[in-house]
Design a protein around this ligand. Structure first.
Ligand code: BGC
Length: 927
């Protein structure tokens, strides 16, 4: 887009401009970074029209954790005044940082009038600054575990408790706990649980890399005797993972969970000492008789170990505590977790209680959720309470658990007796809306049970709402689908014996995910997992971390639309969050993937690969033939190669860019020769086939109009219903809008009959279903072998709700919304729609409302950005019909004429930062 420069003539002073939301590596005051050149981001909080930054200055100094200010006499780096509007991911360029050090950074901004803002301060703290395990060994840390024979068969073993006591001469000045596990850990110091994280350290490809976390434990320690401990569980590392029919369905990376921890203590006199996991620790087992991600856990409260992580009563605690094992495990990369861990994020009350069968008390939380429950109960000692979980009920009101397949999903609590007891499971999670309690003579009140929602603690950034209640429920279902499946890894489902990081699902949903939440660091972590498990030939796996490789050794990778996540996810994250490092980091693996496809194609056509347009509705007539797998593969090959052209250019690898460009042209020619007829018909003649070829721009220009006709025909013969699966569905909205058929996209969106997005909503869904017909009124539950009620893939329509219905869209040329589009496509069946997005530069909002013959549209453009605004003009109308803040738009000081370089050649308005009310007389019609 090009704009005529718009200056602010009438600044409306609202508060003073200031730097806000300071971040380092996209995190607020991160504790434990291991980036050697961290990047700084901030927002300019300035409500004036045209507000923007003209310069910045960053100063960095090492400081003690207790001080909140920067000692400018001790500056490590001073950027000086930099004449630049950059405020996002500005890299550190000073001398090498030291490990285990807190740095304060001061930021000053100069605004568009040349005035400096007040100084804002934030901090970051380094951890080991190396991924080499030797750094841990050097401070005495060894992997430790409970010394016992490895469990065999399907036996689930009790969870180890490990501990050590030590004395400190003085209360520490500061202390940090660096900790990780092969398995899951929960840290304790002096009787106090450390942090709120659950399922830590999360799931990585444990053959390659494990993440560690850092906790500030200064106040947990004291002068005199101290104790540190941890409870361990199998988790993804050693527990059940993958379906039982597979040759291996547990212990994929190891048999016994192990702990690695290093406590760094800065004494009052400034000397440093380390307390680390080593042979001096002792271990035992306690109340957790087992805890497994799929099967749940059994907790016998009679076997609790009172005060086990306290230093008092030391003598009594030695009984039953045996020396730990210090296994020599293969050294592994250890990197600091630089993405929010999984945490309890919300509590849901019970809405209804029933007793569908004698003494089977069933509680409805009203929302299909993921996490655990908290049970508060009073019952005699030894009472065995069983909790079972389900997403749906059967017709008789009892739990429907068949779709969990072999996942038992049962928690058992055996009461201690003698008062109110609280139980919350620790090392398992369930996907459920209903909980059944058995083992009690009378039903506990609804208040006895609370749903505790767990997910990666990603900051919420987006919101969408409109005048159609079913679409609002759809948006809620999409969000809950994301919440339930973003648990350190983007998983397909959260309830059955699967819960794997399916790559295809993740890539189709990534753009929607990036609207709902800040998933920049989440995907940076997961794309590392993906690259970690790329095979020697260059094929990306179907799931990351690649547990399928352990379930089915020798299995083939590199399946179309799934493996392509390796290129698409970093690209989507770059587009939404402007992070070039995710592109740099993944570039070698992405290039290998293109190379692999080139090598293993026949005449640049991809072979028939596994999944096709996964779960497209049943093909019942030959003329509705499903999309050929090789066509999907070849279309994706062209697409990922085209993305590589752009990525190589961004990374200034021009020779590569030219090579990818030439390859892309050849793939497109091969695609046309193989699949496109002279009258633009595609092999398969399916919605998905045309959507792919249009989305990825594979038709020669002259065939496009005919291809569009064929696509429309595919909808006509389905009575304006979709017939797409995982591959085609995400393309429906974006492609139909790009080719000028937004009306059809709205028809599909508003369909309430099968197959459609609103069909599950009409049938009570509170999350996205795996299948269009996971449940139907006439047939009941769908195919039991694979029927999740919490599968986000079809939620990929969310991107279209934000970007087309509400109209907040990325600019094709600029990442991260520094320049963006406001372009709602209005449909007469909606009277209003609005969205907000906390972008890397600040809050964007777009809220439109049709009333009678007029159209009112309130927009917000954050400081330091500008928007290309395309109002929904009625046919025949021109921009002359548009007013801003009650005056002709061209007179508004924030507005200027713009030419749109995108596909839509309509005249546009460029708006600088500010809030505007845009109105137009529509005569009742808008487009
Ligand atoms: C998963 C899907 C996944 C698919 C691949 C299924 O079991 O649940 O979401 O993409 O397998 O075929």
């Amino acid at each position: 887009m090009s704009t005529r420069s718009a200056t602010t003539r009438r600044p409306n002073r609202v508060g003073s401009p200031r730097p806000a939301d300071l971040r380092c590596e996209l995190l607020v005051n991160p504790l434990g970074l291991d980036e050697t050149a961290p990047r700084f981001s901030w927002k300019l909080s300035d409500a004036r029209t045209g507000a923007r930054q003209t310069a910045y200055q960053i100063q960095i100094a090492a400081a003690s954790a207790n001080s909140t200010t920067t000692d400018t006499s001790q500056l490590l780096w001073d950027s000086g005044r930099v004449e630049s509007a950059d405020s996002h991911l500005v890299p550190y360029a000073g001398p090498a940082l030291s490990a285990h050090t807190r740095y304060h950074w001061n930021l000053r901004i100069w605004d568009h009038t040349g005035e400096p803002t007040a100084i804002a301060t934030a901090w970051f703290e380094t951890a080991f600054l190396t991924t080499d395990e030797t750094a841990w060994r050097n401070v005495g840390a060894r992997w430790i575990s409970l010394d016992r024979p490895a469990p065999t068969g399907d036996e689930l073993a009790p969870c180890p408790h490990l501990r050590k006591t030590f004395a400190l001469a003085t209360a520490p000045r500061e202390a940090r706990l660096y900790i990780t596990a092969r398995g899951l850990y929960e840290p304790w110091i002096n009787g106090q649980r450390i942090g709120r994280d659950v399922l830590a350290p999360g799931w990585t490809s444990y053959n390659n890399r494990i993440e560690y976390l850092t906790y500030d434990v200064t106040t947990a320690l004291r002068a005199g005797d101290n104790a540190i401990g941890a409870i361990l569980a199998d988790g993804w590392y050693a527990g059940n993972l993958g379906w039982t029919q597979a040759p291996r369905h547990r212990q994929h990376w190891g048999t016994e969970p192990a702990l690695l921890a290093a406590l760094r203590i800065v004494n009052a006199d400034g000397t440093v000492q380390w307390i680390a996991t080593d042979a001096t620790w002792r271990a035992t087992t306690g109340p957790l008789l087992f805890s497994d991600l799929y099967h749940g856990e059994t907790y016998d409260a009679r076997r609790e170990l009172p005060r086990w992580s306290e230093a008092t009563r030391l003598g009594n605690l030695t009984r039953g505590w045996t020396p730990v094992a210090t296994p020599e495990l293969k050294p592994i990369q250890l990197n600091s977790k630089n993405t929010p861990p999984v945490r309890p994020v919300e509590e849901l009350p019970v809405l209804a209680r029933t007793e569908p069968a004698p003494k089977r008390y069933t509680y409805d939380l009203g929302q299909n959720m993921v996490g655990v429950v908290r049970l508060r109960i009073r019952a005699p000692r030894g009472t065995k309470i069983t909790l079972r979980y389900a997403e749906m009920l059967q017709a008789d009101g009892t739990l429907y658990t068949e779709n969990l397949r072999s996942a038992r999903a049962i928690d058992t609590y055996i009461c201690r007796g003698g008062g109110v007891e609280t139980y919350e499971s620790r090392f398992t999670f369930h996907g459920f809306r209903y909980v059944e309690i058995t083992g009690l003579k009378s039903p506990p009140p609804p208040s006895a049970l609370t749903g505790i929602v767990w997910h990666s603690d990603m900051p919420r950034t987006g919101d969408f709402t409109c005048s159609h209640p079913l679409i609002n429920q759809l948006q809620s279902n999409i969000r809950w689908g994301q919440r339930g499946n973003f648990l350190d890894v983007p998983t397909d489902c959260p309830q059955r014996d699967e819960r794997l990081g399916w790559t295809g699902d993740a890539q189709v949903f990534a753009p929607t995910a990036a609207f709902n939440y800040d998933v920049s660091t989440f995907f940076r972590k997961w794309t590392r997992d993906l690259a970690d498990d790329q095979d020697a030939q260059g094929a990306y796996p179907d799931v990351a971390p690649d547990v399928l490789a352990s379930m089915y050794p020798g299995r083939k990778n590199g399946n179309a639309a799934w493996a392509d996540a390796g290129v698409i996810c970093p690209w989507v994250m770059y587009r939404h969050f402007g992070d070039t490092r995710i592109l740099e980091e993944n570039y070698p693996a992405m290039s290998r993937w293109i190379g692999y496809q080139e090598k293993t194609s026949g005449g640049l056509l991809r072979p028939d690969t596994a999944y096709g347009d996964w779960l497209a509705p049943d093909v019942t007539q030959p003329s509705w033939a499903a999309t050929p797998c090789d066509l999907i593969g070849t279309a994706y090959f062209a697409h990922t190669t085209a993305l590589m052209v752009r990525i190589a250019r961004i990374l200034k690898k021009d020779t590569d860019a030219r090579r990818f460009d030439a390859l892309h042209a050849k793939i497109v020619r091969a695609f046309n020769r193989a699949y496109v007829t002279a009258d633009a018909r595609l092999a398969g003649d399916s919605q998905t086939a045309y959507l792919l070829a249009l989305a990825f721009d594979l038709f020669p220009e002259k065939l496009r109009p005919l291809a569009i006709k064929h696509l429309r025909r595919c909808f006509d013969r389905r009575a304006q219903h979709l017939s797409t699966g995982f591959v085609g569905t995400p393309l429906l909205g974006p492609v139909l809008t790009a080719i000028g058929h937004t009306d059809l996209a709205y028809n599909l969106l508003l369909n309430e009959t099968y197959p459609s997005w609103l069909f599950p909503v009409k049938n009570g869904a509170t999350t996205m279903w795996e299948r269009w017909n996971s449940w139907t009124p006439d047939k009941g539950f769908g195919e039991v072998g694979m029927n999740s009620f919490n599968h986000y893939a079809y939620g990929a329509i969310g991107e279209w709700l934000y970007s087309v219905v509400a109209g907040i869209a990325l600019d094709p040329e600029h990442p991260a919304y520094r320049v963006f589009r406001l372009q709602p496509h209005v449909d007469n069946r909606l009277t209003h729609a609005s969205a907000t997005l906390e972008s890397p530069y600040g809050r964007i909002s777009s809220a439109w409302r049709r009333t009678g013959r007029s159209f009112r549209w309130d927009v917000e453009i954050p400081a330091n950005t500008c928007a290309l605004v395309l109002p929904p003009l009625p046919p025949g109308a021109t921009l002359d019909a548009v007013q801003i803040d009650g005056q002709p738009w061209s007179k508004h000081p924030g507005a200027s004429a713009a030419s749109d370089t995108g596909t839509d050649a309509r005249p546009a308005i460029a708006l600088v930062a500010g809030r505007y009310r845009i109105t137009l007389e529509t005569g009742g019609r808008v487009s």
